[in-house]
Write a protein that binds this ligand. Structure first.
Ligand code: ZN
Length: 331
């Protein structure tokens, strides 16, 4: 079967947190085609990955020093950007993403995964905003000053603890005011409903699959899906096998069709306008048949093979993200 290149905007990857480490800590060359991990520039180009939300996430052992960790990864990333000869671009508007796609540069929207790097008084928020961060996941899978994340559990549900703290409520309001995307993936269910009650932006889970198909605590329930759809938001389906499979196992032999099944379920439940990709590349074990960013055309072909028409495929691959980002960012 022939494969087709289609520009893809992806809702979540952890490439920066992997690439922008010292070489001694496993940092990779972003400009050379590598074998390890999932994203570098050559493989992004090969697979049509035109851009996405690029996360910086302080790992568990760095959570206490998340500000320093995030600042250091961001510093290394901007160094890498300076040396990229225009091959990638930090995007703060959808127009910039579209220009970037036309120019064949990789569009990097900076995402803070877990708000630990921000102080509860939000004094550091403008600094991250000025640096280019336009998306914040309130929590990773742990509690912080703003809310509580879902611990990983299978089988398990997302209703695992308290909702937003007063600082969390202030963070949501500040993000609304600034036009920063609020990501609900990793947040527990009470936190989700607290955000839903106050946020003026479309609800977004950048990398969560359907709980009805895979009862992982990290996935979103039908009620959550319905709220996301009703708000005009979007769910990015992750390629993480443990969030896709009925048995919740991490298993590289999981077929690409497992991703398609979640896309189809969400599309059937809340509409094709509300489902997209949230790969979790460089942060998860993905199907071997997909492999890495270079394998994205095989996913597009699998959607086509499952009966998705071209218009629907363009929505899932890119247009739904662009619509939601435009509504959230305001440009
Ligand atoms: Zn994540």
């Amino acid at each position: 079967m022939h494969t087709t290149m289609l520009p893809i905007f992806d809702g979540h990857n952890d490439a920066l947190t992997r690439v922008c480490l010292p070489a001694s800590a496993g940092g990779r060359d972003f400009f050379a085609r590598g074998e390890s991990g999932h994203i570098d520039l050559p493989r992004a180009r090969e697979g049509g990955l035109a851009g996405g939300l690029f996360a910086i996430c302080a790992p568990p052992d760095k959570a206490e020093r998340a500000f320093e960790f995030t600042t250091e990864i961001a510093r290394r990333f901007f160094e890498l950007l300076d040396g990229a000869g225009g091959a990638l671009r930090v995007v703060r508007t959808v127009r910039a993403i579209e220009e970037s796609m036309d120019a064949g540069t990789l569009a990097v929207a900076l995402h803070l995964e877990g708000a630990e790097a921000i102080d509860p008084g939000l004094e550091s928020l403008p600094r991250f905003f000025d640096q280019g961060f336009r998306s914040i996941g309130i929590t990773w899978s742990r509690p912080n000053a703003f809310a509580s994340g879902v611990p990983f559990a299978f089988p398990g549900g997302p209703d695992t603890g308290p909702g937003l703290t007063p600082a969390g409520t202030s963070l949501v309001r500040a993000c609304n005011r600034l036009g920063v995307l609020i990501d609900l993936s990793h947040l527990n269910e009470r936190g989700f409903w607290d955000v839903a009650a106050i946020s003026t932006a479309p609800l977004v889970a950048t990398h969560s699959a359907a709980h009805a198909l895979c009862p992982s605590s990290r996935n979103v329930t039908d009620r959550q899906l319905d709220a996301i759809g009703a708000s005009g938001g979007v769910v990015g389906i992750p390629f993480c096998t443990a969030f896709l499979r009925e048995d919740g196992r991490t298993d590289v032999t999981t077929p690409i069709s497992a991703i398609v099944r979640h896309v189809a379920y969400v599309a059937q439940r809340i509409g094709i306008d509300h489902v997209a990709f949230g790969s979790d590349f460089d942060g998860a074990t993905v199907p071997r048949d997909l492999g890495d960013a270079a394998g994205l055309p095989r996913l597009v072909d699998a959607l086509r093979g499952a009966g998705f028409d071209e218009e629907s495929i363009h929505k899932v691959a890119r247009l739904n993200w662009l619509r939601v980002l435009r509504a959230t960012w305001g440009a």
